[in-house]
Design a protein around this ligand. Structure first.
Ligand code: ZN
Length: 342
């Protein structure tokens, strides 16, 4: 488990197994953030900047609250109650894991297959009142990166299918944290994860939204942009009071989605999202949903809006520069009189 000191950004690829509450049982003293699951196993592989394995980590965790193995968990992982008793308490296990992540010095990124491990890890830390400061602000979902690089947006690939598609020939038993981490590390090593990290915000699904209504579907657009100001897509009603609204400023979320934030005269907010997809006939269809506006969704929109304005400004500058170059000397340098003289 010794990690040498190497320069460059390291990647911690991890996987966890967690036990779940039994549906018929009451859990009055269980912290809410633990309800999705109590961690019983952590496995991880560390990769150097070139994608080479630098070491592995594996630990069993003794649960405090869900001590009876849920039948689904048992079926999937073959972990028994006796196995769980052999584990160490979560605070100690996660402390060792955190220390292992930080050995070797410098920054590291964390990757997991799917978005669930992040939610469960943070929920377990919160339930125990442990400091999550060592966990990077963003745990990257490797499946999201893999699927978007492959041009998939709807279906998500299984970890073993992804590994096989990348030619990683592993024959390990699944649903063991360390083995799953090994599969994920193989996918990580064979993927341009630097690009995935840089473009992550574009790949990401955006803010969590609920209650999408006023579902509208239109089709037959030659270009995705043609649909944005189609009356059926840009007009909606306030989700709170029903006032008629019209959208005039869409902002791209990524290459298939456009978003907008609208306020009605009473100050209620609406979050609109349109997704374009190319049909087999070469034309585009659009699906629009309207959501209530949350703080998270509004700041997400503001960030995207700023980004769009910056790139428009850059584009304008470039155009001015190109125009000036075509006309020879920049106009600002001398009045038209001077140029006539020479
Ligand atoms: Zn309203």
């Amino acid at each position: 488990m010794d990690i040498p000191n190497t320069p460059g950004r390291r990647a911690v690829v991890f996987d966890m197994e967690w036990n779940q509450p039994l549906p018929w049982k009451q859990y009055p003293h269980v912290p809410k953030s633990l309800m999705p699951g109590e961690i019983i196993q952590i496995g991880a592989v560390m990769l150097d900047a070139a994608g080479k394995s630098m070491g592995e980590f594996s630990i069993s965790v003794r649960p405090k609250y869900f001590r009876q193995v849920h039948w689904k968990v048992k079926k999937l992982t073959h972990i028994s109650e006796a196995d769980m008793l052999d584990g160490v308490p979560f605070p100690e296990a996660v402390q060792r894991f955190g220390e292992w992540c930080r050995t070797g010095g410098g920054d590291f990124d964390m990757f997991a297959w799917g978005g669930e491990d992040e939610r469960v890890l943070c929920g377990n830390l919160e339930a125990w009142g442990l400091d999550p400061a060592w966990v990077p602000r963003q745990i990257y979902d490797l499946r999201l990166i893999f699927d978007s690089f492959r041009g998939r947006t709807e279906t998500s690939t299984s970890l073993t299918d992804a590994a096989a598609a990348l030619g990683c020939d592993l024959d390990l038993e699944q649903h063991d944290s360390l083995n799953d981490a090994r599969y994920a590390a193989a996918v990580c090593a064979a993927t341009d994860i630097r690009r995935g990290v840089e473009e992550y915000e574009e790949l990401g699904p955006g803010p969590a939204l609920s209650g999408g209504e006023q579902r509208r579907y239109e089709t037959g657009f030659a270009e995705p942009g043609d649909g944005l100001y189609h009356p059926r897509l840009c007009s909606c009603v306030c989700p709170v009071c029903g006032e008629a609204l019209r959208c005039r400023a869409w902002v791209p979320q990524n290459k298939d989605r456009q978003i907008a934030v609208l306020k009605c005269s009473r100050g209620h907010g609406a979050f609109l999202r349109v997704r374009f997809s190319r049909r087999p006939n070469g034309l585009y269809s659009a699906l629009r949903l309207v959501y209530g506006l949350t703080e998270e969704a509004e700041s997400f929109y503001q960030k995207k809006l700023q980004k769009q304005q910056e790139s428009l400004r850059r584009l304008k500058k470039l155009k001015e520069k190109a125009k000036a170059a075509r006309q020879g000397e920049p106009e600002a340098k001398g009045g038209p009189g001077e140029t006539q003289e020479s």
